[in-house]
Design a protein around this ligand. Structure first.
Ligand code: SF4
Length: 791
């Protein structure tokens, strides 16, 4: 057992865990373990969605609201970024998770100034994340003044003046950080980046930095385009779908409908993931009630339980099989014409792959030769293949290599730029892709800045800004002093929770545009402001009438979203109005931009977007078409905007993380009852876990070998460059997970992820391959306030 004295480095304060208030308190009740669900969806999904929605919104309002989700001229779901079909939408274009996300926002519960009078920030920090979220919609702008214990109401002009004063008191605009969450609409994002650049900085970190940045980096480097190359229509024509490092049943549930349709017409599905996930195993469509009594439809034909961080090895194994098959049948396996015409680097790639030993591949991937052959056979026998992935691939030190190996695999058989084939990084938040398109980026291109400067007649800053991990370190080092967030929870989402908390506490001011209370409002700078905004579900009344906003799906389709409900409070402002208010207060007419005019009528924002953002020409007209419009996708025409105009084969080392005999590789995962940092309840239905989140999923044989027992309370210690971080009081749950691999929930285990441990090139925190050791707990779990039982 490690003594606490040995815990050193950035994470030393992680020891403080629940007493620092930066982390949700530990549950005291043991988890209840049930068998893993055999089928995803079905009646339970429909009932859970209805129960959650009716509890939060009431039956009539709830039903009316749900029927508006993802409809033409309806409410664009604020959940994940899976797209809707272009035509033939049903009345129920939402999933269980989408219903929860909408109901959570449209709840009838209200959090008024009276609540903040009763509760001090210190007392609130002792409550669980679930309890905080359950308090309802924030109704008034609030301020936490220096040295005070309670938030108090503040008028909007005063809130803007306070933030503007702090911004204008900085020695340089680069001392301010402007974060964006993936909920922000295109209109708000465009205005926001314009304000930030008018103010004088490119410090625009976003949630993409923490999720799919590795996808964009790897794809841009190899094919010259950083987004998915397929549309929903391609799923109607593919012969095989590879799903890697992704759990669509929980994180993108309507993708299961797409998989079901593909499966019914004979498409093969391969699932590659350390954990078997119910959603990809069997699925009963919640709307096909006649299937509820059966066993659902088997989705995955092949499941490969790859070891954590074994993806590069596994992909190399599959590619070795593909090349071996080509040797046996020359000209019959590879798409040599495609390779010759459209790619570069094939010979170096082939030579390097020949030098990789099969034994190393098998050891690192944990997958047998037979299983690798099976996957390769499906790949070779399929004329059209789509490869999907999510954060199981993007949050590793070698995450960009993971993505580039997928590109290598697909290039071998020309699986880009033809119907029914391509790359599909599946985004987890509704407009994370659109925000980047609108210019939310710490490293904007010169072309973008030139156009922005031309449109608004100013010289935008050229120096690159901070991404998320740089921003945290800058605040910690005192190089940044004001933190402003357009949405999100910038305490629970980033890595190294206690370090991030220290960083935020060092700021002069932290300010959040939010709909609901979260832990980031409680771990603040010397002063803090909460600016409550309209949700996606609410009618956005402006001078010229009700406004709609637009968002971009994972497949680059831009659609409108029209709020339908009256706002939760008369004191809320829309995100564009908040940005404009702050811009006016801060810039004091510097730049001569008509902020009021743009907020009065969002068409004027979209007119600017049309002139600045490539592919958005005639934005106002095209976004009003039923199902919106698609942004240009050069890969579909086999145009590769790389240095040499070709898609590149790339070479990567096998990598592999060496573990000491008592160490494990930990990945963080999401439960079925959460949406990113928002926790709806303490259970994880598909994985059979009830009433607990502080659990560590562990292979039963590992558990025996280490002489632990099921249900034992343990402490987790992460090891990084001689530093140790500790997370106390996790309960061991035996699970089907490869040997020496363990899984824990995000954000509870974020405290173990070092802020300096991130993906090469993309800087995405490496939350999916953290080296830890596991130790019997030395202290009893503390008593906790705000525990919430599963609904
Ligand atoms: S799949 Fe994603 S976007 Fe669609 S309803 Fe579900 S959560 Fe919302």
């Amino acid at each position: 057992m490690q003594s606490t004295e040995e815990i050193k480095g950035d994470g030393a304060n992680a020891e403080a865990s629940s007493s620092s208030g930066a982390q949700s308190p530990v549950e005291t009740a043991p988890p209840e373990i049930e068998p893993i669900s055999k089928i995803a969806g079905g009646p339970k999904s429909a009932l859970t969605a209805a129960r959650f929605a009716f509890r939060e919104m009431g039956v009539v309002r709830g039903t009316r609201t749900l029927l508006q989700i993802n409809q033409d001229e309806g409410i664009e779901c604020p959940g994940c970024a899976w797209p809707e079909p272009d035509t033939g939408r049903s009345y129920f274009e939402f999933c269980e998770q989408g219903a929860k996300h909408v109901a959570d926002e449209a709840t009838h519960r209200r959090l008024t100034p009276e609540f903040f009078r009763q509760w001090s920030v210190r007392e609130l920090a002792k409550q669980s994340d679930i309890w905080l979220n359950q308090q309802g919609r924030i109704t008034h702008p609030m301020v936490l003044r220096e040295g005070h214990e309670h938030y108090e109401p503040i008028e909007w002009p005063d809130a803007f003046a306070l933030i503007a004063h702090e911004l204008n008191s900085l020695a340089s605009p680069d001392e301010a950080i402007f974060y964006t969450s993936g909920r922000t609409s295109n209109e708000a994002a465009f205005l926001y980046q314009l304000f930030v650049r008018q103010f004088g900085t490119n410090n625009l970190p976003d949630c993409s930095n923490m999720c799919h940045e590795s996808s964009g980096t790897g794809m841009k480097e190899t094919i010259g385009y950083g987004k998915g190359t397929v549309t929903l229509d391609d799923f109607d024509h593919c012969d095989a779908i590879f799903i890697i490092g992704q759990n669509p049943g929980t994180n993108h549930p309507r993708m299961l409908t797409t998989l079901l349709h593909a499966k019914r017409r004979g498409c093969k599905i391969v699932h590659i993931n350390p954990l078997p996930e119910t959603g990809v195993t069997r699925f009963a469509h919640p709307q096909e009630f006649w299937t509820w009594l059966g066993n659902g439809t088997k989705l995955a034909d092949l499941f490969l339980p790859v070891r954590i961080n074994g993806d590069v090895a596994l992909l190399k194994g599959i590619m070795k099989e593909v090349l071996a098959a080509e040797e046996r049948q020359p000209g019959k396996v590879l798409d040599n014409e495609f390779i010759r015409t459209y790619t570069s680097g094939f010979q170096q790639f082939k030579a390097a792959l020949a030098g990789v030993h099969l034994g190393d591949i098998l050891e690192q991937s944990g997958i047998s030769k037979t299983q690798i052959e099976d996957a390769a056979r499906i790949f070779i026998e399929s004329e059209r293949v789509i490869c999907c992935w999510a954060m199981g691939l993007t949050q590793h030190k070698n995450a960009v290599a993971n993505i580039e190996e997928i590109v290598n695999l697909m290039l071998l058989r020309g699986q880009l730029g033809k119907p029914g084939a391509g790359l599909c990084p599946v985004r987890g938040h509704s407009n994370v892709q659109g925000d980047r398109t609108m210019g939310i980026w710490d490293r904007p291109t010169e072309e973008f800045l030139d156009k922005l400067g031309e449109e608004f007649d100013f010289e935008p800053p050229r120096r690159h800004g901070y991404n998320t991990v740089h921003a945290i370190r800058a605040m910690h080092d005192g190089a940044a002093k004001v933190f402003f967030a357009l949405g999100g929870n910038f305490l629970s989402a980033p890595p190294d929770t206690e370090y991030t908390a220290e960083a935020l506490r060092k700021c002069r001011l932290t300010a959040y545009v939010s709909t609901k209370l979260n832990r980031a409002h409680l771990i603040t700078g010397q002063q803090a402001v909460i600016l409550p905004c309209l949700g996606r579900t609410e009618i956005d009344h402006q001078l010229s009438g009700p406004q709609f906003v637009s968002t971009e799906s994972s497949m680059a389709c831009v659609e409108t979203s029209h709020g339908k409900l009256e706002p939760a409070s008369a004191h809320l402002l829309s995100e564009p109005a908040i940005v404009a208010g702050l811009a006016r207060a801060t810039l004091d007419n510097r730049g001569g931009i008509d902020w009021e005019g743009m907020v009065a009528n969002y068409d004027r924002i979209r007119d600017h977007i049309a002139r600045v953002i490539p592919g958005c020409e005639n934005y106002n007209e095209r976004v009003r078409q039923p199902a919106g419009f698609y942004l240009p996708n050069p890969i579909r025409e086999r145009q590769f905007k790389t240095g040499d105009g070709r898609a590149s084969f790339t070479v990567h080392p096998l990598g592999g993380i060496e573990l000491q005999p008592d160490q494990f590789l930990m990945m963080t995962i999401r439960s079925h009852n959460q949406f990113n940092t928002t926790i709806y309840g303490p259970g994880d239905r598909y994985r059979g876990i009830r009433n607990a989140r502080r659990v560590v999923l562990m292979n039963r044989e590992d558990l025996r070998a280490a002489e632990f027992y099921e249900g034992q309370i343990v402490d987790l210690i992460s090891h990084f460059e001689g530093e140790k971080r500790i997370a106390r009081h996790f309960t061991i749950v035996p699970y089907k997970i490869p040997r020496r691999c363990v899984a824990t929930y995000f954000p509870e285990a974020n405290v173990l992820v070092p802020v300096r441990y991130f993906a090469d090139k993309s800087h995405t925190p490496a939350s999916k391959s953290v080296v830890i050791s596991i130790h019997a707990a030395v202290t009893e779990p503390p008593a906790v306030a705000g525990e919430s039982k599963e609904d």
